[in-house]
Write a protein that binds this ligand. Structure first.
Ligand code: F6R
Length: 612
């Protein structure tokens, strides 16, 4: 969602800010803007559309300002247009703000300010906030910094903000509540951003702002305090992120790069945790909580989107291996349902970004009710990682493509490891199966590599189905969540309508859709439900559906029944999702590319969904 970049120091701010905005494009946005101070004058430039449109607008403008801030907006209040884009100035145009999040009580504040003569030019909550700060400063005579604190105590909602003042061009004021903000510390220069990607090429020293903290950079000094102005000591961390990890590295799209990174990212998510030759499996972050997990009466998994699909895979794993009752909840439903949950329950929150608003809210509710919460997050130091009692990072590395790929396989890998470790601790997993699973886990990166080497076969199939209008994905057992994930990948980046179903459910309705124009993707690997899925394939073929089957290498039956076959290497059936999802990622990618879609930034989507 919205992206923030700001700079103050000795260099011209504009190139740094605009490059940072491009690095944040992956988050999803519909307009962008920058604010600079030229000759003591605050200048704001905003444009609907891509950052390149903003760059065109900036041609010929003075760009020498050494303070500047920029924003990519994902519309919430008011349609995407130049007027609603950020930055927003105050009424007197002396200060400006960029903002991520939502000010929920903006309407009443706006009403009040209208009575005091303020004129608003946008439909946004953000413009109201900067006018509010301006009004407080005018009425109280306090400094800008103090006025920001007073205003933030009044507002309800979530925010990460940066404020610039034309009177004070060495100063930037920032604050956060519920929306991430990171500060990069360079040599006599400071960077502010929604995540570390715009900062990493300049400095690795960063401070993640906490909720209710205000950061002020003034004359080359950074101070952090809370809303009551009580000082906090900045906790400076060193970024582990490398620049190459956030660049395309020769691939046409980030999504393709991330699909092809999976042999490495899956290996990284296992590194230092499982060791087949020694027969050991340990997840550092969960060490102290293994008994809690093993004794859990119930595990409740909360997540959204692709992470929810990883949760569905985990449901099968925990039930099958550890014999623990599992419920998988959409975080957005869970949070508004007064869920029955208590001290004996364990909640696992799964999130790539670690910033998803619904998942965060679900965690808070479960916490209030006394449950122990574990996080499975990718982004280190993210809000969800910090809100949980303990957890395991997925170590997939930055995921820039909006469609989640390597994050999914890393989540499934980590959840598989947790399920195996808990089953072992409970004493319900036979030693030989435990050993076999550890050995087979180690073969996954190599098997994924093998699948990727056959990407051209998937590309050929994609070519044939490029203009399909609908798709159905069917699977059973552990392959059912994979079917859902395949359908989600296709719809989000190609805009083709696609549905995932448990294969046996087909005859309860969706079978009515089957005809010679309906491609049906079957997840038909060799497992306990193989014979059943063969029958389901026959039901579709009898109605002339066109079947693409994902089968286990060496299958001699299904290839004779279907139109197209993609083989995956044999593996223990518990681990199948890690392989069967790969061709589905590739299929959606190639179809989207052939349809000319913007694969990395599909329409209307945001990478981290920080509003509900
Ligand atoms: C799909 C996708 C989304 C996310 C969902 C949750 O490709 O990326 O469905 O999975 O928005 O996001 P996280 O995992 O960041 O909580």
């Amino acid at each position: 969602m919205c992206g923030i970049v700001a700079y103050v120091g000795g260099q011209p701010a504009y190139p740094i800010v605009v490059k940072g905005l491009k690095r944040l494009e992956y988050r999803g946005y519909d307009s962008s803007g920058v604010a600079l101070v030229d000759n003591g004058q605050l200048n704001i430039y905003k444009k609907k559309g891509k950052v390149t449109e903003l760059e065109n607008l900036m041609e010929g403008k003075d760009k020498s300002s050494t303070v500047g801030m920029g924003h990519t907006r994902w519309a919430t209040h008011g349609e995407p247009n130049d007027r609603n884009a950020h930055p927003h100035p105050s009424n007197d145009h002396s200060i400006a703000i960029i903002h991520n999040g939502i000010i929920e009580n903006y309407a009443s504040i706006r009403q009040n300010l209208l009575g005091k003569g303020h004129q608003f030019v946008s439909d946004t909550d953000t413009e109201v906030l900067i006018h509010f700060i301006e009004e407080i400063r005018r009425e109280t005579g306090q400094s800008l910094e103090a006025s920001v604190r007073i205003a933030l105590k009044e507002v309800v909602g979530a925010y990460a903000i940066v404020i610039m003042d034309q009177e004070n061009p060495t100063q930037l004021i920032a604050a956060r509540k519920g929306s991430p903000l990171v500060i990069g510390i360079g040599k006599d220069e400071f960077f502010f951003a929604s995540d570390a990607t715009p900062i990493v090429e300049y400095t690795k020293e960063v401070v993640y702002l906490d909720d209710y903290q205000v950061a002020v950079v003034s004359h080359g000094e950074l101070t952090i305090s809370d809303l009551d102005n009580l000082p906090a000591i900045p906790y400076i961390q060193t970024l582990e992120l490398e620049l190459e990890a956030i660049e395309k590295g020769g691939y046409d799209h980030f999504m393709l790069k991330e699909i092809f990174e999976q042999p490495r990212s899956i290996a990284d998510s296992m590194r230092g945790r499982s060791n087949a030759s020694e027969g050991t499996l340990q997840l550092g972050g969960l060490n102290h909580y293994m008994d809690k997990l093993a004794q859990a009466e119930r595990i409740v998994i909360v997540a959204c989107g692709t992470s929810w699909h990883a949760g569905l895979v985990a449901e099968y794993l925990f039930e099958e291996l550890a014999r623990i009752n599992v419920e998988v909840e959409y975080a957005s439903e869970f949070r508004y349902r007064n869920p029955v949950i208590g001290e004996n329950d364990v909640v696992i929150a799964i999130s790539q970004s670690g910033e998803t608003a619904d998942t965060l809210a679900a965690i808070e509710i479960a916490k209030q009710k006394g449950a122990t919460i574990f996080g499975v997050c990718n982004v280190v130091g993210s809000s969800i990682a910090r809100a949980t009692h303990a957890g395991a990072y997925t170590h997939a590395g930055p995921e820039i493509g909006v469609a989640s790929t390597k994050a999914f396989t890393a989540q499934v890998t980590v959840l598989t490891q947790i399920a195996i470790a808990v089953a072992k601790r409970k004493g319900v997993l036979q030693e030989n199966i435990y050993r076999q699973l550890l050995i087979e886990l180690e073969t996954i990166p190599e098997k994924v590599q093998q699948l990727l080497e056959n990407a051209d076969k998937v590309k050929e199939i994609a070519f044939i189905f490029t203009y399909a209008r609908n798709f159905i994905y069917l699977g059973r057992g552990l392959n059912f969540p994979v079917a859902l994930e395949g359908a989600l990948k296709l719809k989000e980046i190609s805009y083709i309508h696609a549905e995932g179903y448990p294969a046996a459910e087909m005859k309860h309705g969706p079978i009515a859709l089957i005809d010679e124009d309906m491609p049906v993707v079957f997840l038909a690997t060799k497992d306990g439900s193989y014979d059943k899925i063969v029958s389901n394939i026959q039901e579709v073929k009898a109605r002339k559906g066109r079947v693409i089957a994902i089968v286990t290498e060496g299958d001699e039956l299904i290839p004779g029944m279907v139109d197209f076959v993609i083989e995956v290497p044999p593996v223990h059936e518990i681990l199948v999702p890690l392989l069967s999802v790969i061709p589905l990622q590739l299929l959606s990618y190639y179809i989207a590319v052939m349809r000319g879609r913007n694969v990395d930034q599909p329409r209307n989507l945001a990478k981290s969904v920080t509003v509900e």
